[in-house]
Design a protein around this ligand. Structure first.
Ligand code: NAG
Ligand code: NAG
Ligand code: NAG
Ligand code: NAG
Ligand code: NAG
Ligand code: NAG
Ligand code: NAG
Length: 582
């Protein structure tokens, strides 16, 4: 009875809304600013947005193209959205992310009481109880964002072994929306695929070495890999505190600036963030389309544009040369070459010091993560336990062709921080920073460096802890030779995107964002190509706003979900709690 009364209420509201006939933004592309405008004008609500994104996820995640981008959706998202809608009406919005649904990579902790797991894709963490939300999640919630769900990823952020990008035990193989079964790259694969086709307004990823920038590149996105210490890693399932960082993966530089402005800032639970400059910049102030005028942008050709080292398809470099012309056209001086001194010796390419640091850090920090859990039903309490767990549960964690856990084993063999480790840390800072990015910037008096996002580009920034901002650069042509990427994935492939990366010194995000914005505004590359037809979700706001209850007879009351389940349109299951509507 209660449910029926609620439905009647919705009819009334929808009648008013339909009379206005507002134009709804296309959720494939919709920006945060567009969504805020529609929410403020009352054209749609955050509840509508959550319903629409749930329906879009349902269309493509396990059905149709089976992209496997999303691991879980939040059973609390509709309630949260309703509360935030109410608050907006009463007292306005808290921030530009108020009522905006966001998807998190599954290594970013959310409190279990919300109804979702935090597992890095591993069954060893299923049903574990985290001590609290991750630092970035606390900031998102305070800003009024809605946590929509958790995204699939390369298990343990690709620190398990020789496994394809986008595969996890829990999520299976995530694939790209631009070509069937194409490599989404990783490790923030699900975040990348979900953002690329509008399964959420925005997504977060994490990067240790390439894990935001590569999936942003492969999925036609803007990605920001912030300086290590700009965004908190508290509550993020770790690889290494020296390299891990959390950042936005979104469809525009403007959205990236909005999200970064909210998630950046000090967190007492991550002491690296206490060293960041204050105040936290408003990164949206960097959105200046003339930002490249009069600037000096360097091209570190040596190593980074050598295909035999990067493994890049030569086509990427062809399009990159065109990007340099565009950058010149925008008024910048392109200094070419502007090589990293560390690239002039074999060290940068052959050094194994990054692995030395990551192997030692991962064992210590992952074990600390397991130990800090309030509960973990799998019984896993350390890296050693994890290795045993995987071997004891091959049907879950080592299915045929996805068995490898050599990186876990290699890390487990380390014996803690000794002089080899500290030397490696120092050497990394030199290779990537003082003899790398900083040296090139200083020697040529540069404002930033620019490179294709793919290849060896991420390494100096990874080992130095420096930022990268990636924007869409181009797409593989229809006649590209299709290659193999994993047992179930291909790369390159027709129409698969690739990106352009701006690099700089620590905490140079303002400049990098401004350069990426100028380039993006001039080229609008993202809009040149869409996902393959089957991978484009069809549900739009128009299918949701005021439509709930149209098929009243097809709704069934369900005590287990505390509301009713309705079929919306073709096959979209929407779970509606009665108390979220009033
Ligand atoms: C985690 O996943 C399991 C299995 O899908 C589910 O039963 C549980 O409710 C989820 N959430 C939490 C917080 O464990
Ligand atoms: C953070 O704290 C740890 C000890 O808890 C210490 O080893 C490390 O040097 C600190 N790092 C920074 C950047 O302050
Ligand atoms: C590219 O790298 C390969 C392998 O290190 C090297 O033999 C070759 O000389 C390099 N090419 C250029 C143009 O530097
Ligand atoms: C690590 O760095 C040192 C310099 O500190 C270098 O001599 C050594 O070759 C590197 N080790 C590996 C395994 O790459
Ligand atoms: C430091 O530990 C590693 C194993 O983690 C070992 O290979 C290396 O030899 C050790 N270095 C020293 C100086 O003992
Ligand atoms: C693809 O087509 C372009 C012209 O559209 C041509 O220049 C190029 O050589 C072709 N590449 C391959 C691999 O066939
Ligand atoms: C939201 C969603 O569709 N999650 C699915 C992700 O993939 C796993 C494995 O196939 C499913 O169990 C989840 O239901």
């Amino acid at each position: 009875m209660r449910v029926l009364k609620v439905l009647a209420l919705v009819f009334l509201t929808s009648a008013t809304v339909t009379a206005v006939k507002p134009a709804f933004p296309d959720l494939y592309e919709a920006s945060v600013t567009e969504l805020q405008a529609g929410l403020d004008a009352g054209h749609f609500t955050s509840v509508d947005l959550v319903k629409a994104y749930f329906a879009r996820i349902d269309e493509v995640n396990l059905k149709g193209p089976e992209l496997r981008a999303v691991l879980e959706i939040s059973p609390s998202a509709l309630d949260t959205a309703a509360a935030l809608d109410k608050e907006r009406k009463k007292s306005g919005k808290r921030s530009l992310l108020h009522g905006i649904p966001i998807l998190l990579k599954d290594n970013i902790a959310t409190v279990a009481s919300e109804g979702m797991n935090t597992t890095a894709g591993s069954f060893s963490l299923l049903n574990s109880i985290v001590p609290s939300d991750a630092g970035v999640v606390k900031r998102l919630r305070k800003a009024g964002a809605i946590i929509l769900g958790k995204a699939n990823l390369s298990e343990f952020a690709h620190f398990r072994g020789n496994l394809p990008s986008g595969w996890s035990g829990r999520g299976g193989q995530c694939t790209n929306a631009y070509f069937p079964h194409a490599d989404p790259c990783g490790s923030s694969s699900g975040s990348g695929v979900a953002a690329s086709i509008g399964l959420a307004a925005v997504t977060l990823g994490t990067e240790t070495d390439g894990s935001i920038t590569c999936p942003s590149s492969n999925n036609n996105l803007v990605g920001i890999k912030p300086t290590v210490g700009l965004t908190s890693r508290a509550g993020v399932i770790p690889i290494s505190s020296h390299q891990d960082t959390v950042g936005p993966m979104v469809r525009s530089v403007s959205d990236a600036a909005i999200v970064l402005s909210i998630i950046a800032g000090p967190d007492p639970n991550d002491n690296f963030t206490l060293a960041q400059p204050t105040p936290i910049p408003d990164f949206t102030k960097a959105l200046n389309a003339n930002a490249l005028k009069g600037k000096r942008i360097g091209v570190p050709r040596l190593v980074f544009l050598n295909d035999s080292i990067t493994g890049n398809d030569p086509f990427i470099n062809v399009v990159f040369e065109q990007a340099l012309e565009t950058i010149r056209g925008l008024g910048a001086t392109v200094v070419d070459p502007a090589d990293l001194p560390s690239a002039e010796t074999p060290e940068l390419v052959v050094s194994n010091n990054e692995t030395i640091v990551l192997d030692v850090d991962f064992k210590i920090q992952l074990t600390a993560y397991y130990e800090a859990l309030i509960a973990n039903p799998s019984g896993v309490r350390s890296l050693a336990d994890l290795i045993k767990f995987n071997d004891a549960n091959p049907e879950l964690e080592e299915p045929p062709r996805f068995e490898d856990q050599s990186e876990l084993i290699e890390s487990e063999a380390t014996t803690g921080m000794n002089s080899t480790y500290f030397d490696a840390l120092t050497f990394n800072k030199e290779l990537g920073g003082t003899q790398g990015i900083d040296a090139a910037l200083k020697e040529h008096n540069l404002d930033a460096l620019v490179l294709p996002a793919q290849g060896f580009t991420t390494v100096p920034a990874a080992i130095a802890g420096y930022p990268i901002v990636t924007v869409p650069l181009g797409f593989f042509p229809n006649n590209v030779t299709i290659g193999l990427a994993g047992p179930e994935t291909v790369y390159p492939a027709p129409g698969v995107p690739f990106g352009l990366s701006f690099l700089g010194t620590a905490f140079s995000e303002m400049q990098l964002i401004s350069f990426a914005f100028a380039y993006e505004q001039k080229t609008q590359t993202r809009l040149q190509r869409r996902a393959f037809l089957e991978a484009i979700p069809k549900t739009q706001l128009v299918d949701v706003v005021g439509k709930f209850g149209d098929d009243r007879e097809r709704c069934e009351t369900r005590s287990d979900v505390g509301g009713c389940m309705c079929t919306l349109g073709a096959a979209q299951l929407i779970q509606q709690h009665p108390n979220t509507i009033a």
